[in-house]
Design a protein around this ligand. Sequence first.
Ligand SMILES: [Zn+2]
Ligand SMILES: [Zn+2]
Length: 333
Amino acid sequence: MEQLVLSAPGRAEWTEVPAPGLAGGADALVRPIAVATCDLDTAINAGAFPLPLPYALGHEFVAEVVEVSAGVTSVRTGDRVAVPFQINCGDCAFCRRGLTQSCTTVPRGSAYGLGVIGLGDWGGAVADLIRVPYADAMLLPLPSGVDPAAVASLDNLPDGWRTVAPYLDDLDDKRVLVVGGISIGLYAVAVARALGADVTYVDGHPRRTEDAAILGASVVAPGAGKVGRFPVTVSTSGTREGLLLALDSTEPGGVCTDTGVFIGDVALPLGQLYTTGIRFVTGRVAARHELPSVLDLVASGRLDPGVVTATTAAWSDAPAAWSTHRDKLVLIR
Ligand SMILES: [Zn+2]
Ligand SMILES: [Zn+2]
């Protein structure tokens, strides 16, 4: 079968690889029908993140079930399913605690379409077939009426979700600051707005600020100075400056989440964090754990992540579309 591979920054091409088969009693084979570029893919494609190449592309995707092993009971051939990018068994001590990003049944960090970061040969989703182990734990039927392309970004969308959703219920003062950059910040805006928060969004990128405004955020240009104090703050900028702005703008007792993948050590103002009692959250998203809540909110009609995935391309145009993308892209079969 054909699989899309990034052989150099800005050069995605089809390669011929053996099709996967069912390898165990808990497996499913699925056919991806909508694949989104992750913010990390976009950085790698631009040569801005040092991932060894080539790697098989695609880890954010919705698929159709093609075949299941005898032991699989929760999905059937023909079902449309959300597929978490992280491989998780659902049954180890970490999975049972909801830490599906740290499943210990597979090498920690195992994921589709992330090359050496994804540990092991799980394949990339821009292909005709993907093998899903632990299918009953991994796969989630897509609620009816949910557009596969709108929710295909099944890494960045739950990543945005976890920065705000766990904290808003307990607050009367639902105000959120998002220091943007890449798509996770826009998903954080969309989720916070869907859950009734007032959102301030800091970014200078023309398309993203337009999207944030469409989603109902108040947009502030970077460098405008203090933006106030918020009980919930988020930095998706991937920069120390953005992170410090978010921390500086967090109320005492508030929570600040950073989704950046920093390489090396980054100094933090620990004295300030101590005296203000700010909770600082970072780390990889537990995608499978968050997916039911995210999809329920989309199915309810309150959350429409589609504004972030407005750029689409046909499957047959995948090499050119992926090679030239600079912003969130969804390939549709
Ligand atoms: Zn990703
Ligand atoms: Zn596990």
